[in-house]
Each structure stands twice: as structure tokens, then as C-alpha cells.
Design a protein. Structure first.
Length: 445
């Protein structure tokens, strides 16, 4: 199924239908670690749950590097697709495949070589280091597969096809669940078994989507004579992708720093945070992917020079996202305990209560992150990714500064970490809305 985001008359309907497969796809992409969390939380123990939580934050940061590059390249592809310049689109596609693929390989090698330093940097407690290292030694090999999936997913989305990437993720997610249960419960491989299952599933989605794209879409096949990186395409890719990559990396590096602070509170808090963050991620994931779909809408209409459509789509997107976030906030706030029990044994009351406190604070404020995702998408689509980076610095800078200032205060403790997150969202939203209104008045598209 394809959507023409520059001509469809019902913009809200088009955005929702286009974003739905992306929403489901990203939830399924997160499903790998979510299943790991559920299996180890229920069948291995709180130590394994804490290790998976710390590993999740680290891998999210590493994956954000090439996901940001693929996302930025996707905006470039969408721009040329919207302006009907298929020749330039093809050159940029092939160059991006080689360039970003090379970065993912280098990142995987450095990750494997620097594992001891990473465990120290994250303040992993001594009793968890062996278990966490065993998990990460395996899981890092999935980096290349995550790159392949995201490259081809953003390529297909840039031409209006958001359904096929979802299909491959759905199949891979089923594979992951089956292998997780088999390796951990059936074979007794413990935490290492969940990592092996995840990498196999990631390989199925990444390699499978690449084979599908090559075999069914002739216009999207790579060409050998483009494999040498050329000056003009690489400049455009860097222009669109580097700042988007920096934005994603800065965002997740800030989260990584917060994870290190959480780890300093011990295994129980680590386990609670690991479970609560999975719930948190699923809750606002639709708003994140709706923001990415909105970014594709902006890119195509910016390329087609349709200013009124950009303005109309922006109003529609903000109203839709705000309504969704308020609904999800209500659900998470009311049923926080039930959601925590999905990942944590009901006997672990302290872990559950800490997680509930986190979700009550975060859950009331999802509208803040929903608006921020739309602001990221708008400025990325308008070829102003530097603004998205600035908003990320404001949000994450506030979060890290407040967390490290408040958490050591004995009467505040971990609540300082929890409250710093929505405060960062609100400050970034205020700055972003001001710059967005200014840009809408000045732009000529």
C-alpha cells in the first residue's frame, strides 16, 4: 500500500494510515528487548532483569547512530521523490547504503573491543558485570542487522510504503518469541539465550527486507558503479543525516548518562527502571512514529513547494498527537501496577512500587514528548535538522543536569531522576513552538 502525501485530500486520515504500519513496526522492533525483559524477569531473576535493562539503554544509544543516519537519508529520499527527481534519489540511495553500512560495521567492532570500559562507565554493579558482559558480547552482533532493516525501511517509507517493513518485523518478532522461550525455558541457556534469539530475529528482519526490496523494486536496487562514494551525493547525505544522527545520539547518550545514575542506586532500582522503561517506550512509541510519518509528509510537501498543505498538515498532526497522548497518559496512570506485573514477579513488591512511582510521574506528561516528536519531525522535514538537535540538547541537557543535581539529595533520591525527564520535555517544547511559528511565517514553500 502506498500513500501520496502531497495530493491526498484528507490529510489527517493519510497521516494516520501512513503512520500506523510505522507505529506497529517500531513497537515490534522494540519487541526484541521487551521479550527479553519479560522472559528474564519471569524465569531468570531480578539480576538478569537489571542486566537487560542496562544493556537496552546502551544498545539504544549505539543503534541511534545509524538509525539517525537512515532517518535523515530517508528525508532526503522523500524530498527527491516528492520533487520527481528519481536520478538524484538513486545516487543518494546507493551512496547512503555504503556509507552508513560502513559506519555500522565500525561501530560493532568498537563496541566489542571496548566492552570492559563501557561496563565501568555505566556503573554496572560488580555482581552484575559478568552477566551483563555475557549478554552484550552476543547482542552487539545484531548491530549490522538493525542497520539493514532501518536502511530499507526508511527507503520504502520515503516512497510511501510503510506496510512491507511492518510485515518483516512481525515475522521476526514471532521468531524472537519462539526462540526466547525455547532457548531460556527449554534449553536453559539463561540470559545468553535471549541474546542469541534476538540476534537471529534481527537478522531475519534486516536481511529479509533487503532481499525483498532488491527482488521486487527494480528502481530501488543498488548499482555497483555508485559504490564508490561520490562528492555531491555524500554532501547531501551528510547535510540531511549528520545532524539527525547527532540529535538521535545526543538524545540517547543523555539517557545513557541517566541510566548510569540509576545504576548507582543498586539492583532493585535498576530492575524497576528496566521494566518501567519498556512500558514507557511502548506507551509513547505511537507518538514517536506519528512524528516520523509527519516528517515524511513535511519533506514531500516541502519538495513539492506546497506551503498551505504544510500548514494544514501541521495543525492536524498536533491535534491528533495531543489527543492520543492524553488518552495514553490516563491508561498508564490508572493501570501502572498491572503493567509492571507483566514484567516483574508479583512477589517483588519493592520493584513494582518503584516502577509505579516512575510511571505515575512520566505517565501524566506524555503530551510533552508527543509535541517534541512532532517538532523534531517538522524541522527535519524542512531541512533544518540543526533545530531538532538544539531541542534535543535542551531536553536532555535539562534532564541530565537536574537528575545529577537532585538525585544525591537524600530527601529526593530517585524522584529527582523521574521528575527531570518531563521538565526537560516542557522546556524544549516551549523553545520549539516559538521557532516553528517563526519558520512558518518566513518559509516560501
Amino acid at each position: 500500500m502506498k500513500f501520496n502525501l502531497t495530493t491526498d485530500t484528507n490529510i489527517t486520515k493519510s497521516l494516520l494510515l501512513f503512520s500506523l504500519p510505522m507505529i506497529l513496526g517500531n513497537i515490534l522492533q522494540q519487541f526484541y528487548n521487551i521479550v527479553d525483559t519479560w522472559v528474564v524477569g519471569k524465569y531468570v531473576g531480578k539480576e538478569a532483569l537489571a542486566s537487560v535493562g542496562a544493556s537496552y539503554t546502551l544498545m539504544t544509544f549505539l543503534n541511534s547512530v545509524f538509525i539517525g543516519l537512515c532517518m535523515g537519508s530517508g528525508a532526503l529520499f522523500a524530498f527527491y521523490y516528492g520533487s520527481r527527481n528519481h536520478s538524484k534519489m538513486k545516487k543518494c540511495m546507493d551512496t547512503a547504503l555504503v556509507f552508513i553500512g560502513g559506519i555500522s560495521v565500525v561501530l560493532m567492532i568498537f563496541m566489542r573491543a571496548g566492552l570492559s570500559f563501557i561496563l565501568w562507565f555505566l556503573r554496572i554493579p560488580e555482581e552484575l558485570r559478568g552477566m551483563t558482559e555475557e549478554y552484550l558480547k552476543v547482542i552487539c552482533f545484531g548491530i549490522i542487522f538493525v542497520f539493514l532493516y532501518n536502511y530499507f525501511a526508511y527507503l520504502l517509507r520515503s516512497i510511501g510504503n510503510s506496510v512491507i517493513p511492518l510485515v518483516f518485523l512481525a515475522v521476526a518478532s514471532v521468531v524472537n518469541v519462539v526462540l526466547d522461550l525455547w532457548f531460556v525455558i527449554g534449553l536453559g541457556w539463561g540470559l545468553k539465550g535471549t541474546a542469541i534469539a534476538t540476534v537471529i530475529a534481527q537478522g531475519a528482519s534486516g536481511v529479509g527486507l533487503g532481499i525483498y526490496t532488491y527482488s521486487t523494486r527494480k528502481e530501488l536496487r543498488f548499482s555497483l558503479h555508485h559504490f564508490l562514494i561520490k562528492e555531491k551525493p555524500i554532501k547531501e547525505i551528510l547535510q540531511f543525516s549528520t545532524i539527525t544522527c547527532a540529535q538521535q545520539s545526543v538524545m540517547n547518550f543523555g539517557i545513557l548518562l541517566v541510566q548510569g545514575l540509576v545504576n548507582s542506586f543498586g539492583t532493585t532500582v535498576m530492575a524497576a527502571f528496566a521494566a518501567a522503561v519498556k512500558i514507557d517506550t511502548i506507551a509513547y512509541m505511537p507518538a514517536q512514529e506519528f512524528g516520523n510519518a509527519y516528517s515524511m509528509f513535511i519533506s514531500q510537501n516541502f519538495g513539492a513547494k506546497k506551503k498551505r498543505r504544510v500548514e494544514k498538515g501541521t495543525k492536524s498532526a498536533f491535534l491528533t498527537s495531543a489527543g492520543f497522548c492524553l488518552l495514553v497518559s490516563t491508561v498508564i496512570f490508572l493501570w501502572a501496577e498491572q503493567f509492571m506485573k507483566i514484567f516483574v514477579n508479583g512477589k517483588e513488591r519493592e520493584i513494582i512500587h518503584i516502577g509505579i512511582d516512575y510511571l505515575h510521574i512520566e505517565g501524566a506528561c506524555y503530551i510533552g514528548i508527543g509535541i517534541l516528536f512532532l517538532l523534531y519531525g517538522y524541522f527535519r522535514g524542512m531541512n533544518r535538522p540543526a533545530v531538532s538537535l538544539l531541542l534535543t540538547v535542551i531536553s536532555l541537557g535539562t534532564r541530565v543536569l537536574l537528575a545529577y543535581t537532585l538525585a544525591p539529595v537524600e530527601t529526593i533520591g530517585v524522584y529527582g531522576i523521574w521528575w527531570s525527564i518531563p521538565i526537560g520535555w516542557v522546556l524544549a517544547d516551549m523553545a520549539g513552538i516559538y521557532m516553528m511559528k517563526k519558520n512558518l511565517k518566513q518559509t516560501d514553500v
